[in-house]
Design a protein around this ligand. Structure first.
Ligand code: AMP
Ligand code: MG
Length: 404
């Protein structure tokens, strides 16, 4: 056994991780339908005006505004209807003084007209006439050609997240695909002779692999491509081979074997293959977490604890911010709830604790069972942070719950 000689604070761990972020440089072209949630890798400018023609913003009548200057409810102006214009049609007739065209929302404005009177301000007068009951001002109810986007304008900038509104702007200018940053490939590997893939028979002393699935889930929902590998055995040869096989990844995440038991070989592995950036954080759960650079390429390597709750908890608070920064995604805005604590919590001194809680009847109920129990998290809605210098949180004290 080799005990931890020292741990670093959680904040220091975050600082070292932030300093190690290399935003992904690889790009790929994807169809617009596959682009939501991706990050633009190009400035996207329009080669056309949007809308491509001036059009009516209302159902009504395309008129010459000057013809209606004297119109009012008490003394409407009669105009002659010379055309009917629907969307998707090119108008053929030019509107002259005293004339108008019935027009649908989205239909091109005919030549000569300079305003649209909405149908609610008119009354039909015979088969070919309409009474206009309000004076129109030039340009009213018209969407001008290029008024949304003029040709040459940039609609989305490199580095911007492609949210639904930006996807819409790209569609509006007629682009069918877009250059985006590649999703970082995250190699995920569980270690331990006892770890077996679900679906296989469980031998004596064996357990099913949980971390592979929790890590894959959290990676996929934060902009990464999870590349999960079969579990590796607790031998230098097996771990070394598994690490070599990860050379095509952008980030490597091993779990297990990172504490100080004599069979925990991650530390020796990193010592042989790279540089340890930290090993051991004053945090609960998840103290044995390690971060290293592997090889000359300084590949980011996370050594997560084997205990499923420790592993997932630190994935939320350490791996996710790192992965999102590499993926060039914005930080996750924390969703928090301020509620009273339903039962007193005692927390170890000297370690920042992320304590899992469940929301019940408007109160935060302790949900943490043990670091090895995945139900600590599967039955929780979020966590509260108990600072390193605080050892008790009293019942009914208000706490900030960060929701998962
Ligand atoms: P270790 O960090 O390898 O010392 O493992 C700590 C505890 O977590 C042990 O009880 C392991 O059996 C368990 N464990 C390690 N890896 C996994 C895994 N992938 N899924 C579920 N439990 C695991
Ligand atoms: Mg192990």
């Amino acid at each position: 056994m080799r005990p931890f000689t020292s741990t670093i604070s959680f904040d220091e761990a975050r600082r070292r991780l932030d300093a190690a972020v290399v935003p992904i440089a690889r790009t790929e072209r994807v169809a617009l339908g596959a682009a939501p949630g991706r990050v633009a890798a190009e400035d996207i400018s329009s080669s056309i005006d949007v809308p491509p023609f001036s059009r009516s913003a209302m159902d009504g009548y395309a008129v010459i505004a000057a013809d209606t200057s004297q119109a009012s409810a008490g003394s409407p102006v009669r105009l002659r209807i010379v055309d009917r214009l629907y969307s998707g049609q090119a108008p053929a007739i030019t509107i002259g003084s005293g004339a108008c065209a019935e027009i649908a929302t989205g239909a091109p404005l005919p030549a000569g007209a300079d305003a649209v009177v909405m149908v609610e301000q008119t009354t039909k007068d015979g088969t070919d006439g309409v009474l206009v009951a309000a004076a129109a001002t030039e340009g009213q109810n018209i969407g001008r050609r290029g008024g949304d986007v003029s040709a040459g304008t940039t609609v989305v900038r490199r580095g911007e997240l492609l949210n639904p509104g930006r996807i819409g702007a790209i569609a509006a200018i007629g682009r069918q695909d877009v250059d985006v940053y590649a999703r970082p490939r995250v190699a995920i590997l569980s270690t331990g002779n006892e770890v077996v893939e679900p679906g296989r028979p469980l031998g004596p002393g064996q357990i099913f692999d949980v971390n592979r699935f929790t890590l894959s889930a959290i990676v996929e929902s934060n902009g990464g491509l999870a590349d999960a590998r079969p579990p590796a055995e607790d031998t230098v040869a097996s771990l070394g081979g598994a690490l070599e096989a990860c050379s095509g990844a952008d980030i490597i995440v091993f779990s297990g074997g990172s504490s100080v038991g004599e069979r925990d070989l991650i530390v020796d592995l990193v010592a042989a293959k790279g540089e340890m950036i930290f090993h051991g954080i004053a945090v609960k759960p998840g103290k044995p977490t390690a971060f290293a650079h592997i090889g000359v390429s300084r590949m980011p390597f996370f050594g997560m604890p084997g205990n499923p709750t420790s592993c997932l908890s630190n994935a939320y608070v350490l791996l996710v911010p790192f992965l999102r920064a590499v993926a060039r995604l914005p930080e996750l805005p924390a969703r928090t709830l301020r509620v009273p604590l339903g039962r007193r919590i005692v927390s170890p001194a000297g370690r920042l604790q992320f304590y899992a809680v469940r929301i019940e009847n408007g109160a935060a109920m302790p949900a943490f069972k043990g670091s090895g129990d995945i139900t600590s998290l599967s039955q929780a809605d979020g966590y509260i942070q108990i600072p390193a210098d605080q050892s008790i949180v009293e019942e009914r004290e208000f706490v900030n719950v960060t929701l998962f």
